[in-house]
Ligand binder design. Sequence first.
Ligand code: ADP
Length: 376
Amino acid sequence: MGSITFSHVYKHYKGEQRPAVNDFHLSIEEGEFLVLVGPSGCGKSTTLRMLAGLEEITEGELYIDDKFVNYLSPKDRDIAMVFQNYALYPNLSVYENIALGLKLRKTAKHDIELKVNRVAKILEISHLLDRKPSQLSGGQKQRVALGRAIAREPQVFLMDEPLSNLDAKLRAQTRAELIKLQSDLKRTTVYVTHDQVEAMTMGTRIVVMKDGVIQQVAPPRQLYDEPANLFVAGFIGSPQMNFLEGSIVRQNGVYYFLNKRIKFRIPEKYYGQFNAKPGTLRNCVLGVRPEHVQLGPDKDEFPEDEYVRGVVEMTEVTGADSYVYVKIGEKTVIGRTEPEIDYEKEEKLLVSFNMNKIHFFDEQSGVSLAAGGDEG
Ligand code: ADP
């Protein structure tokens, strides 16, 4: 129970030029924790609201458990939604807020009591049941909102940025609790966030959206290691992946990535992405994450021809790591180093890449060459 299928779903708001959601086509399995992520305005909430029945579907079909639900009202969809603003009733106690959904469904009083107490225990809010929402902290309010959703025991949970009003510490804590809760309850959850860290830590699968269009659907690790295009590569990961424009050339059977300053040999495992045209094969963008950038003052640390000279622009210390911004000509490349290593501004450094961890993207379409972007 709780599987969801979007079949070529569109949302066109009146008066808007382009659809807010454009051909959303995806099946969500029962029990999955699916995260919709993307920048503000990319269509995440609209997608969720169509699923909830709060927004009409312009075109396409929506199924919950193989049942066609386009025209089914929200209350008949067996879903519970948690919003960022909690939406608690101020005049009702915590107990009454959690019990309300059950009351409306004419659940027996005794059952309501059992369910509310059980949920309160799971969320550790048993001692707050008599309070009014105004007497709660933000984190506590969010738990009550969650409690209300859980108490109803819906087939599907929908959550729209539920943690965004919490401070950083509480957000991390509640995030961990939500993950645990979902794995205990095993209910299908569709979770909207603009925060890629939240997406990566919570989702069993992540949908990255941009301008209403799905860019990639994948588990977190795959999204990080095999981004389908430049947008996903840049959106997932912080600091973001470095991008360098250049071309791929073949000389004596060996492929190189070449631009004004760099000539790096490309490992054979990538050759299949390029196909074997002679001469300049193609213009492309090379992507390399900060943790795969090697930095050092000493030539001996690098293989003969595999480094480029740069100048330190600034260093960002996060505690566990340091990120060094190195200027290579006009271009800034970010590399991760041990926090103990302290590079000075203006210091001259040599820069190299772990060439087994690079990505190539088509210069025009932005599509990863690993995803078959080298056609045409
Ligand atoms: P997100 O949740 O990713 O921030 P939304 O789904 O809220 O994005 O919005 C997607 C697009 O649809 C945006 O361009 C937004 O301005 C537009 N939009 C959202 N709601 C409405 C509405 N009720 N009427 C017209 N346009 C809307």
